[in-house]
Design a protein around this ligand. Sequence first.
Ligand code: ADP
Length: 468
Amino acid sequence: MSFRFRLTLFGAGVVALTLLTFGWLVYQLAAHSQAADQDRALTKRAVEAVAAAQAMPAEWPATLASLGSAEDLRSHTDVFVLVLSASGTPLSTSARIGDAPPVVPLDVLQQAVSRGQLLTTLNESGIPVRVFVRPWAHTNQGLDGFVVAGQPISVQSTTLSGLKAFLIISAIPALLAALGASWLVTGRALRPLRTVAQTAQAIGRTRDLQQRLPQREGKDELSQLSQSFNQMLAQLQQAHQQLAAALEAQRRFVADASHELRTPLTTIRGNAGLLAFGPGLTDDVRVAAARDIASESERMSRLVEHLLTLAQADAGQDLQLTPLALRPILESVSRQAQVAHPDRQFHDVGVADVRVLGDEDALTQLLWILVDNAVKFTRAGGQIEIGLAEQNGTARLTVADYGTGIPAADLERIFDRFYRVDPSRSGAGAGIGLSIARWIVTQHQGTVTAHNNDGPGSTFTVELPTTR
Ligand code: ADP
């Protein structure tokens, strides 16, 4: 059952309940005033009849001679007057029930005597009759008895059933009008909800997260709903864009990683093939081939290491830290880098003896990331300076180059995963090196920052808390 239909039924139900309560109240009120009116009319008629009877000059008959023009109460509902003797014998009547005058039991007459007058309902002859009984006396004629004014109570129910019919008949159009009005009003009120549903369906069908609901004026619930819906769409769109960017970066990363693995593998295969020729090779060629294999294997294992570190970071694993000296790590990386890149000049500047709580492999990897970048962005023959100093309980490790430098706007973002300043400038890198570097430094409770030198190139600074 649709929401609109339910709301309509509810609205019409409320109206029906109101009509019912109102109708019942009107009916009760009418019934009550009908009874009171009838009692008043009977009392008045009895009092008049008593006055008229007492004023009659002629003598009363001892008993009722005939029913005369008395009206039958089975078919007439007018007020009648019945005069009874003190013993209850009818002396005069304007009504009959069949062939007999209406019967008033003796106990009713006695009650009228004791109370002075009596209003009651009789049902002696199968026709409920409301009566007012009053004793009277004609002192001149030595007569006494009762005057009874009565009327069938069916006269009330006739009027009331008319009222009932009127109430029922007038309630039907009112109810139909309420149904129609509720249907229209709920349809109008629910229109914005339909628009939300249609927009949501359209988005689901077309996958176009740029669609928005029209903005509504005012601050009612429906305006809030469209606002929230639009906000949700904006967030969804943003999340979708981020996801798409992340997927694209992931895809590029896989492509780049396979490319980076393929290059050293090709070199290694070529050199290994060359060495397989055997004694025909000169010593110089053999040594050069072996060196190539060694340095390319280094490069490959570093890349694989990067991948493993990334996986470790994503899995939420923490590094195991132990106290260690930084200087030997730095000197070892610097030495190996010089061997791997004889066309760059590596200098160790102000190297101090510093101990930190760290993971040796991770710190070595961190240094290699910074050194590899420095190499990548420095021309052949350029200088790269690696420094280590201690100040106020902080170890400061720096890698400075005299290369291209980094655009100021990118100095912070280069640490984001998959962020590359200018893909055409960075070559085959996937933009993961510095994000790994930052993860490693964060694991060591330290910081890593980049800034451009006053002259050419840039300097990366890693600060770590020292230990004993
Ligand atoms: P990649 O793994 O591709 O080298 P990184 O995360 O290491 O990516 O570096 C991110 C970006 O920072 C690179 O695209 C590069 O443009 C810039 N960058 C890093 N180091 C240097 C540097 N020493 N000089 C100039 N730019 C650098």
